[in-house]
Design a protein around this ligand. Structure first.
Ligand code: FNR
Length: 386
């Protein structure tokens, strides 16, 4: 494939997605693309950004603008980051290494999944080898596993690799019901599983002793993540992390849980419905942000806890809208996985497209720095009606 030519024909992240669909193997496409149940949360994620209008201010001299930000203590050039998504290796043999290099070169953040195709030390090396020393940051996404020892190993890998923050995913007590995935698996199950797809963790292996059916038989749970995870576990996770950096909770979906996170002294909350792959009737992250603004306005005003969010972000304007409403930065999952289908150049292109859109939107609404972004630049009435 002539990747430079394909990239020269991509003018948006949506263009990149269409191109990636042609390049990716079917198992990779299905795995990245799928979402839970009736795809309701996935659809909300896409739709809700469109329901927010911008309120452009004019005649403000926007020749020079500054899009940089500090995220959990580290400077980044743009207020978006690569969200953690498992198995970038399905898209390109360099997988996560492409993402790490791209983020470091372009000065943005990268949150690496627990379930990466490369050892976490290799990924952090790829990041720091390309890091200019001033902009960019690397985080570790932690899935708390059924076995504590596995979780401890992951935390240790994060510490050793110089990851700057621990981002604990809390929305995955079981794996969501992703029918496109399951259908594909069923269709190809007669011993013909492609080698890449067989790297998938089995969907229902571990059996939870506590959950039993009427006959007293143990019930299988969907997945490999701990279904017992609770707020008290933060104690031993913190201990294992040994204060190696801030801790964030990813997958918060209500204002109440944000308030709890504040109580528990968490450094950042990451609002997300996991790209619509977990609870199908979950709110979009921007809805959750509005809920926080309504019920706990102090949390936004005080700025003691950083707020991240993701889901359906495909345009620079979406990033700007989230920041206007109080988010510190925004993650993108699928778009970056699709960009990996075009290797290192694909990742650079995705970052470039998004950053240029952010700059253009900032100029068009009359804002010259991240600090200036405020709710006065958005009209959320259409979203609030619901
Ligand atoms: C994910 N996501 C995810 N989240 C996480 O905490 N750990 C993980 O390993 C993964 N893996 C993963 C794989 C794939 C293929 C996707 C699409 C997503 C969720 C991810 O971090 C993020 O929340 C969503 O992808 C955001 O939605 P968009 O940007 O894909 O619309």
């Amino acid at each position: 494939h002539d990747i430079p030519r394909l990239l020269s024909l991509c003018f948006s992240l949506d263009d990149m997605e269409r191109t990636a669909q042609k390049l990716l193997s079917r198992p990779a496409w299905v795995y990245y693309h799928s979402a839970a149940d009736a795809l309701g949360a996935l659809q909300n994620n896409a739709d809700d950004w469109r329901k927010i209008m911008l309120r452009p201010r004019v005649m403000r001299n926007v020749r020079r603008i500054d899009t940089s930000k500090t995220l959990l203590g580290y400077r980044v050039k743009y207020p978006f980051f690569i969200a953690p998504a498992a198995r970038a290796g399905l898209a390109d043999e360099d997988g996560e290494l492409c993402l790490a290099r791209g983020a470091a070169k372009m000065g943005v953040g990268y949150c690496v999944s627990s379930v990466a195709s490369f050892p976490h030390g290799d990924i952090s090396r790829a990041f720091y080898e390309n890091y200019g020393g001033s902009h960019g940051t690397l985080w570790f996404q932690l899935y708390v596993a059924n076995e504590k020892a596995v979780t401890m190993e992951r935390i240790e890998a994060a510490r050793r690799g110089g990851y700057k923050a621990l981002v604990i995913t809390v929305d995955s007590s079981v794996v969501g019901k992703r029918e496109e995935d399951e259908r594909h698996r069923a269709e190809t199950s007669a011993g013909s599983l492609s080698s890449s797809f067989s790297q998938e963790p089995p969907l229902s292996p571990p059996v939870d002793d506590a959950a039993r059916n009427d006959q007293g038989d143990p019930l299988p749970l969907r997945g490999v993540h701990s279904s017992t995870l609770n707020w008290d576990d933060l104690v031993w996770i913190r201990e294992a992390w040994q204060n190696s950096g801030p801790i964030a909770l990813k997958g918060i979906q209500t204002a109440e849980d944000v308030a709890l996170a504040v109580e528990y002294g968490i450094d950042a909350v990451y609002l997300s419905n996991h790209g619509g792959r977990q609870c199908d009737d979950a709110p979009s992250s921007i809805q959750t942000l509005l809920e926080i603004r309504r019920f706990y306005p102090r949390i936004i005003e005080d700025r003691k806890i950083e707020i991240y969010l993701d889901g359906g972000v495909r345009r620079g304007a979406d990033v700007v809208k989230a920041l206007c409403l109080g988010a510190n930065a925004v993650g993108l999952g699928r778009p970056f996985m699709y960009s990996v289908a075009m290797g290192n150049e694909g990742v650079l292109k995705a970052i470039q497209l998004l950053s240029e859109e952010i700059e253009t939107t900032m100029r068009l609404i009359g804002a010259t720095s991240m600090d200036e972004l405020s709710a006065s630049f958005v009209n959320t009435k259409r979203l609030e009606l619901e």
